[in-house]
Each structure stands twice: as C-alpha cells, then as structure tokens.
Design a protein around this ligand. Structure first.
Ligand SMILES: [Ca+2]
Ligand SMILES: [Ca+2]
Ligand SMILES: [Ca+2]
Ligand SMILES: [Ca+2]
Length: 596
C-alpha cells in the first residue's frame, strides 16, 4: 500500500474514532466530581429541553450549587409538571456516598435516553414528574477528589467543635505523605485497644472479661496543631447534613447542627419539598437501606439515653416505628427487592444493612412529610465464604506478628471477635491490598514512636470503579419500577337512579389502580397527606337533597380498592352534574353525569 494513502487512512480512522467515542456516551466506571456533575446536568438540560428543567435550590455552606433536575415530558393537554404526581430522588446527603450520586446520574440518563424507546418510561414521564437531586452535600463530596483524602460527612459550615474559641484550628495531617488520612496506633499502657491476635492488621477494643489488656491508643493521623493536647479535634467543616432533619433530632450533638434544619442545604431541601405538595414518594440513596432494614437504627445508637426516659414519658418521644397500616406494603416491596437482587445475582450481606438514622432526611420524609420512602445504600463489601485469616497472613509484616506476644492465643480470627475481619481479606483479594495501609513506624513530634496505617478512607462506602455500574444499573431500574407503582386515581363507575319528585340518586365509585395506597397512614397521622377532595358542580336549578358538595376521601387502598360516594340531587331531567376528585399527590379526575 502506498505509504501516504496508508497514513491518511490511519489518520482518518483515528480521527473518526475520536469523533464517535466522545459525544454523549456516558460511562459509569469512575466517580464524577461535583463540577463535572453540574456540567452534565446542564448539558442534559440543553439536550433534552422538552423533558428537563434544572432547578437551583440554593448554595451549600461552601458556596456550591444545589441542583435538582426535573424530568417530565411536557405535552399538550397534560398537566403542568409541577402539579403532576411526583417522585423525589435524593442522593449523597452524607457526602461519602459517592456511589449514590452515580446511581442518581444513571437514573437520569436512563429516563432521558429511553423516553423515545421504552413505552413504560414514556408513560411515566407523561403522567408523572421525577425530581432528582444527585448531590446534596457537595462540600463533603469534594473531599474524595482532594489531594489528601479523608472521609468527610460535614458541610463547610465551620463550627468550633472543642469550644476553644478557635475555628477549624486542628485538622488532619498526612504525616506519611501517602495522600490518605488513616490512623495512628501508639503503644500506651493506658490504651484500651489491641490488635486482633489472628489478624494483627485489625484493631479492636480489649475485652477485660476475656483477660485481655489494651496496649494501644488510636488516633486519626495528624498533629496537635494548636498544641492544646488533643489531636484533630477541630477539622474543617461542621455539620453532618443527614443528621440535621427534624425527626428524632439529636439535640446538643454538634455534628447534628445547632437546631433541626439549621443548615443551608437542609433548609433548602425542606423548603423545596414543602413547595411541592405533589411529591408522593421519596426514593433515596444513602448508607441507610430500608429494603433490608426497616428499623429506626438511631434508636440504638445510644442505649443509655433510651434508659433515662421513664416508660410513662415515652409517648413524648417522636414516633419510631413504621405505622402498622403501612407495614404490609413495605414488606411487599422488601420482598420484591430481595427477589430482584437474587435474580440479578447481586450478593448483598443483609445483616449489615443499616436502618434509618436519627435526624436523617428519610426519617423526616416518612414520619413528618408523610410520604412513601425507600432508601438503598447500593453496595457493601462482599463477605466471601469465610476466608481464613491465615491465608492472608503473608502480607503482615513480621514486626506486627511480634506484637501478638503476651496476648491470648487464638486459632483463627472469628467473626464474632472482630466483625470487620472480612474487610482485609476482601481488600487483599479484590483490591490487591490497596484497601489497607500497612502499619508502618513513624516518628511523631509529640507522640513519639507511632505506626501509621489502617483502612483507606471511603473503603466501606465506595465500591471500586469496576463494581459501580452493575449495582447502580440494578437500583436505577428498581427505582423506576417503584415509580410505576404510584397510586392512580380513576373513576370506576357512575350510576344515576331516578327517585320520585324530581330527585335523583347519584353514585360514583372511585378506585386506585396503582400499587401503593393513595396516602400513607403515617402521613394521615402527621396531617401532611391531604385527602382526595371530591367536588360536586351543580347548575343553578339543581340542589342538593342529601350528601355534601365537597367530600373528602382519606385513603383508597392499592390494587383496585373502591370508595363509593352518594348524593341525592333535585334537578330537572336531562340536566348535567360534573364531579371532580383531586389531590396534589394524585392529580384530578372528572366525570359528568346526566340526571335521567
Ligand atoms: Ca483546639
Ligand atoms: Ca476549636
Ligand atoms: Ca497518610
Ligand atoms: Ca489540638
């Protein structure tokens, strides 16, 4: 082949490859930085103007934009998107749950790109509205991409954690210059930590009942920057947003905020929800997994606090349990989720699913905002079949093994002795050891001889890039299937019966063909789920003999439950009456009957 021809062909080919590879194709094999995410949202809005609207609900403490993407197909004749029954999808309020942000992005992508090809998605977006907030704690999430990485849950609202009149004066320091903030362990007779006899990489508290005595103190990697005797006691940032909501709020705990919704992000979110009474369901991504654990886990965070309240005073506490009437539905969805997980061959260790946290966003959404709420954590470190700790011993430095001397001898590390035992094994086999920093000696200016090491930040919350796509795709599909289950109000039947003296009996049957009831029992209890209001519109020469012109139906259960309303009306034969039923979370239905 002519050399020039070959060269130009080669150039042409590589150029066209470049052209085809770049546009549009979204991949989910990395975590998107907040600024990339914002650019993505903007590009989606310009690419799909008929389907999207970008809503800015304000800025975080760190002056990052808080975006919500509204997705709804605007069609002639269908109601305006903000007044259709809606679903709110929230992600990454915790800041460390980056995989939640990716799941929200994939959900958006699926809805937008499948609108033209998938009938169910088209129907969903023509009937309903989906609001997606992919990153609700940008200040904290930013830290994953920082030069020095540490797990951060707090926004940038600086607070004085240790009340020394200095703000953010003592944060973490990357002493061994590996770009990660891990731990320091220091031999100290007053310490109450030991390294696990069979797995010296892992630290746990010594159990005096078993004759163990602590030999280590543990600190987060850093210096005593202000020389006040404590280490890293006041790092940058302040409030954990997913503890800053009103339900079961932890007063007097600084990380939870000074009062419920004290933070820019949380108040913006609550205001947005309040302005949208059409939101009927919240689907959330956080470390809380309500499909596998419905408990109010915040409850057990501090058992001592629980014991202080006398039983007769308990009723003053916030509601802590899913309402009995809401339970069967939750159970049904849980079962569907588990079956779907199994079908997708996604192995999730159920026993590690976290329940709902105190002051968390989803606790607020269910108990006070009063809607259906589901949350998934998307991923957990897989627990392989009892990998023996002995197998992984080869990467334990000999020096650490020496430290086992003087401690009770154990054959192998058992799960009940150290529930985290599977993590180093997984890190070793899947991450090729990158999940754990081997304990290495370091000369600390004030603590003296220490060792720096431990789990790398984000290990437990953040799947490795190769594992992102499978789980987020599964969950995006599952969430879309839940959106399709929303209640749907229909008029099933109307009957008119002529009585004597120009009186007519009008009966209308309303039904709900969706797979969720029209309101939650908790929402009715909290007074936040409005009933279905039925209006009877009569003409001047008609009058109501019995029944009321406006009726309220508190709830119609799922799967075709029926509620009947009856009126007796005086009017002339052949005249018409219009009956309309509506609720912000259901939209409206109308029928006209003829008196005859
Ligand atoms: Ca201090
Ligand atoms: Ca301080
Ligand atoms: Ca380090
Ligand atoms: Ca200090």
């Amino acid at each position: 082949m002519n050399r020039h021809l070959f060269l130009s062909l080669w150039l042409f080919l590589s150029f066209s490859l470049l052209l085809f590879a770049v546009p549009g194709e979204m991949t989910f094999d990395k975590y998107h930085q907040p600024k990339e995410l914002n650019a993505l949202l903007k590009s989606w809005t310009s690419k799909h103007p008929q389907l999207t609207k970008l809503i800015n609900i304000g800025k975080s403490s760190g002056k990052n934009d808080l975006f919500i993407l509204r997705i709804a197909a605007e069609k002639k004749g269908s109601p305006e998107p903000d007044s259709r029954p809606a679903i709110f999808v929230s992600a990454n309020l915790e800041g460390v749950h980056l995989v939640g942000t990716e799941a929200a992005l994939m959900l958006i992508e699926k809805l937008l790109t499948k609108y033209n090809s998938d009938e169910k998605i088209a129907e969903l977006l023509e009937k309903r509205t989906v609001y997606v907030a992919p990153l609700l704690n940008p200040d904290a999430a930013q830290n994953y991409f920082a030069d020095i990485r540490y797990e951060r849950y707090t926004n940038a609202h600086s607070i004085d954690e240790d009340l020394d009149d200095l703000i953010d004066e003592d944060g973490f320091d990357d002493l061994n210059k590996d770009g990660l903030i891990t731990q320091m362990r220091v031999k100290d007779p007053a310490g109450n930590w030991i390294s696990n006899p069979a797995e010296p990489r892992l630290m746990r508290r010594a159990d005096p009942n078993k004759g163990e005595k602590g030999i280590y103190k543990i600190y987060t990697e850093g210096l005593d920057n202000d020389g006040a005797g404590e280490y890293n006691e006041d790092p940058p940032g302040g409030v954990e947003l997913n503890r800053n909501f009103p339900h079961d709020f932890e007063h007097y705990i600084r990380a939870a905020g000074r009062w419920p919704v004290s933070e820019k992000e949380s108040i913006a979110l609550v205001k947005f929800l309040a302005s949208k009474p059409n939101i009927a369901m919240v689907l959330n991504f956080s470390s809380e997994n309500t499909f596998l654990n419905l408990q109010q886990s915040g409850r057990t965070r501090d058992p001592a606090a629980l014991a202080r309240v006398p039983i007769r005073m308990r009723r003053l506490e916030p509601v802590m349990n899913i309402d009995r009437q809401d339970m069967p539905l939750m159970k049904t969805v849980q079962l569907d989720y588990k079956n779907a997980l199994e079908k997708a061959k996604l192995n999730y260790p159920e026993n590690r699913a976290k329940g709902v946290g105190k002051g968390s966003f989803i606790a607020y959404c269910y108990y006070q905002y009063g809607v259906q709420v589901f949350s998934s954590d998307l991923w957990a470190i897989p627990e392989s079949q009892e990998t023996s700790a002995m197998e992984t011993k080869r990467d334990i430095p000999a020096k650490n093994v020496e430290m086992r001397e003087g401690m009770p001898k154990r054959g192998s590390a058992r799960k009940d002795e150290h529930p985290d035992i599977y993590i180093p094994n997984w890190s070793y086999s899947v991450l090729k050891g990158k999940g754990f920093v081997t304990w290495t000696p370091y000369k600390h200016p004030t603590l003296g001889d220490v060792e720096i090491g431990g789990f790398v930040p984000y290990l437990k919350t953040t799947p490795p890039p190769s594992e992102i796509e499978k789980t987020i795709s599964f969950h995006a599909d599952f969430y879309i299937s839940l959106m399709n289950r929303l209640p749907e109000l229909k008029i099933k039947d109307t009957q008119v019966k002529a009585l004597e003296d120009g009186l007519y009996q009008v009966t209308v049957s309303f039904t709900n063909i969706g797979r969720f009831p029209t309101s939650t029992a908790q929402g009715r209890l909290a007074g936040t789920s409005s009933p279905i209001r039925v209006h009877l519109k009569m003409t001047e020469n008609q009058s109501l003999f019995s029944g009321r012109p406006i009726e309220a139906i508190p709830v119609i259960n799922e799967n075709g439950d029926i509620k009947k309303l009856e009126w007796t009306i005086r009017g002339s034969e052949g005249s018409k009456i219009t009956i309309t039923a509506k609720s912000p979370k259901l939209g409206s239905v109308t029928t006209t009957v003829v008196l005859q």
